[in-house]
Design a protein around this ligand. Structure first.
Ligand code: ARG
Length: 459
């Protein structure tokens, strides 16, 4: 066990206490951010005359060497250190001697970890955004190719009105587009640099916080040193955005599971994206969709855990905040994997357009259009609704559909029906006449697709 802070103590830390307190097994993930932050801090200290030119050079060479050696596998992160900050500093001192002991001038591990975590999260926000962009491209591609792939639209999981696959996918396009907007928003708000806040009250050294913020590509320095070390809002916001992404992916997965079921058979999953059963030879299971749906729980869990950890913490830093890492890392990894796998799954999935159209044709999905037809013939909508209701009942008793009835049968229920009813309630008419903004008619969908293409080009 190795510690940076032994001076005040007369006794060794109990091994169990050390292990319980240490974070290196998981914060070693912040290694790159820690070294980057330290290089920038040393650069600024030299610019301000706090370090000599030689010290700066020696520190930066030392840090760069540590970075390269760990990356090349020549140096392993020593897990007997308390945390990643201790490892980097101890290794630096070990390699360059006294100059290394000056690196921590005007800095605390509190602003150091605040910076590392922010840098790391910022990169993961950008990475998540990139993955969502690829997912959106895959969705838009399917939309373009399925403007006339008819299927039933549902409410209460009951067939409601006919739509197209393009239209259905368009709903998910909007969801993931909003998710990206949320990420952009979080990125903007979090992009301020806490380095230089010290333990909580800044420092007496003349640090140039504008300069370090600029070198680390932040918008500027944070404006309150207490908040700088006590704030994990950005992480909570990111976990909340990740939870929303998972909620969307989970809904989409659920639909794919339904569409893949024996009863529906709307889709066929690619062999590479499904799994079999050890006992039932006929099985081809949608495990990826199920896992994505299932993993939603642990991402929500990370959000709840961090909210609960932060609740009731007095200002400024408290060790509780070390708990921000493990579950947040897990959530970030989980969501990245889920988006990537989900994208692969939907890109390779085949649609059984015949079955989808057939399903759209029965279940009375044209009942609203039949009522609208009567409205066109001067029947008030509420009366038309009642007439078609009786017609549906008649069809259910005869086990048939509205469009399969003869004109005589139709007329026996209302004399307003004419030969043109058949065209008015055909699947194609039902969809293609729906041309209000956001509706499934192909002409409208084309306009929406153009807008979304433009969006992808500029975002
Ligand atoms: N391992 C700590 C964390 O993750 C680093 C900050 C420690 N600061 C302190 N004063 N003990 O939060």
């Amino acid at each position: 066990m190795a510690q940076l802070w032994g001076g005040r103590f007369t006794k060794q830390t109990d091994q169990l206490v050390f292990d319980f307190n240490a974070s290196i097994t998981f914060d070693k993930r912040l290694f790159h951010e820690d070294v980057t932050g330290s290089i920038v801090h040393a650069t600024m200290l030299a610019k301000q005359g706090i370090l000599t030119e030689e010290e700066r050079k020696s520190i930066i060479e030392g840090l760069t060497g540590i970075l390269e050696d760990v990356d090349a596998g020549k140096l392993t992160i020593d897990e007997t250190q308390e945390d990643i900050h201790s490892f980097v500093e101890a290794t630096l001192i070990d390699r360059i001697g006294d100059a290394g002991k000056k690196l921590h001038t005007g800095r605390s591990r509190n602003d150091q970890v605040a910076l590392d975590m922010r840098l790391y999260t910022r990169a993961r926000v950008a990475e998540t955004d990139g993955l969502l962009e690829k997912l959106l491209e895959a969705i838009l591609d399917t939309m373009e190719n399925n403007l006339e792939t008819y299927m039933p639209g549902f409410t209460h999981l009951q067939k409601a009105q006919p739509i197209t696959l393009a239209h259905h996918y368009g709903a998910y396009f909007e969801m993931f587009k909003r998710d990206r907007q949320r990420l952009a928003d979080i990125y903007k708000r979090m992009n301020y640099c806490p380095l230089g806040a010290g333990a909580l009250a800044g420092t007496t050294y003349p640090l140039d916080r504008e300069y370090t913020a600029k070198l680390l590509r932040f918008e500027g320095p944070t404006l309150n040193s207490i908040d700088s070390v006590a704030d994990r809002d950005y992480l909570i916001e990111f976990l909340s955005a990740l939870s929303t992404i998972m909620m969307h992916l989970s809904r989409f997965s659920e639909e794919i599971i339904i569409w893949n079921s024996n009863e529906y058979q709307f889709v066929e999953l690619d062999d590479a994206y499904s799994t079999g059963s050890s006992i039932m030879p006929q099985k081809k299971n949608p495990d990826i969709a199920e896992l994505v749906r299932g993993k939603t729980g642990r991402v929500y869990g990370a959000l709840m855990a961090l909210l609960t950890t932060m609740k009731g913490l007095p200002l400024a830093y408290n060790k509780d905040m070390q708990e921000d890492k493990e579950m947040a890392f897990d959530a970030m990894d989980t969501v990245a994997d889920c988006i990537a796998l989900f994208t692969g799954m939907i890109k390779t999935m085949k649609f059984r357009k015949d079955r989808m159209a057939k399903s759209a044709m029965n279940g009375f999905t044209n009942a609203t259009d039949a009522a609208d037809y009567l409205v066109g013939k001067g029947v008030p909508f509420r009366d038309a609704h009642g007439i078609i209701g009786r017609l549906v009942l008649y069809c259910i008793e005869k086990d048939t559909s509205i469009d399969a009835l003869s004109l005589e049968e139709l007329r026996s229920i209302s004399d307003k029906f004419d030969e043109d009813i058949y065209d008015a309630i055909s699947l194609k008419t039902c969809v293609e006449k729906r041309l209000t903004i956001g509706a499934p008619g192909a002409e409208m969908m084309k306009q929406v697709i153009e807008k979304n293409k433009e969006y992808l080009k500029t975002n």
